[in-house]
Design a protein around this ligand. Structure first.
Ligand code: APR
Length: 176
């Protein structure tokens, strides 16, 4: 079932929290910064191990990989790299891949509850309306095949929440 809340992703008591990371996996601002700040050094330590092993060249856009959630009230963080918005190149499929792959990794872990931020809509400048269409459309189609108890979108600020709510209502995903 899909839920929308306005709040802080790092406070979510779920199995998996999805991080809007960058290819380095070594932290950043926004959601990435909040997760590392509140989750503590264990998360970065595992990210460094991933860079030293399977992901020497970094995580590609649209890929997803799991680490511990450290001190967060979650069991795992699934890091994914969103596409930077481009007005000249349609990168929608890459943004959809972030959601598909994050849910695939979460299912492999046995997670039953997942919380997403609005991937790519901050530093990577993806317009909120388009991101809501892609995120909700992709998650709804994955859930038809791969049921989770909860997939929650945690929106930062009223504008983001209102845009996602309107799109969810348009798709009949949430009782409006
Ligand atoms: N909880 C929920 N949402 C948040 C939080 C939070 N604590 N902090 C920020 N956001 C929202 C932003 O308002 C935005 O709508 O998450 C969305 C994604 O924004 P960013 O975190 O900037 O992520 P993104 O646009 O995908 O850019 C990724 O930014 O932080 C760096 O290292 C990261 O290089 C990467 C890039």
């Amino acid at each position: 079932m899909i839920e929308l809340v306005e709040g802080d992703l790092t406070a979510q008591r779920v199995d998996v929290v999805v991080n809007a990371a960058n290819s380095s996996l070594l932290g950043g601002g926004g959601v990435d910064g909040a997760i590392h700040r509140k989750g503590g050094p264990e998360i970065l330590a595992e990210c460094r191990d991933l860079r030293a092993s399977r992901y020497g060249g970094g995580l590609r856009v649209g890929q997803a990989v799991a680490t511990t959630a450290g001190r967060l009230p979650a069991r795992w963080v699934v890091h994914t790299v969103g596409p930077v918005f481009s007005a000249s190149e349609d990168r929608s499929e890459l943004l959809a891949d972030c959601h598909r792959n994050a849910l695939r990794v979460a299912a492999e872990l046995g997670a039953r509850s997942v919380a997403f931020p609005a991937i790519s809509t901050g530093v990577y400048r993806w317009p909120m309306e388009s991101a809501a269409e892609i995120a909700l459309g992709t998650v709804a189609s994955v859930l038809a095949e791969q049921p989770f108890d909860i997939v929650r979108f945690v929106l930062h600020g009223k504008q983001a929440f209102d845009v996602f709510s309107a799109e969810a209502a348009r798709r009949g995903l949430i009782a409006s």
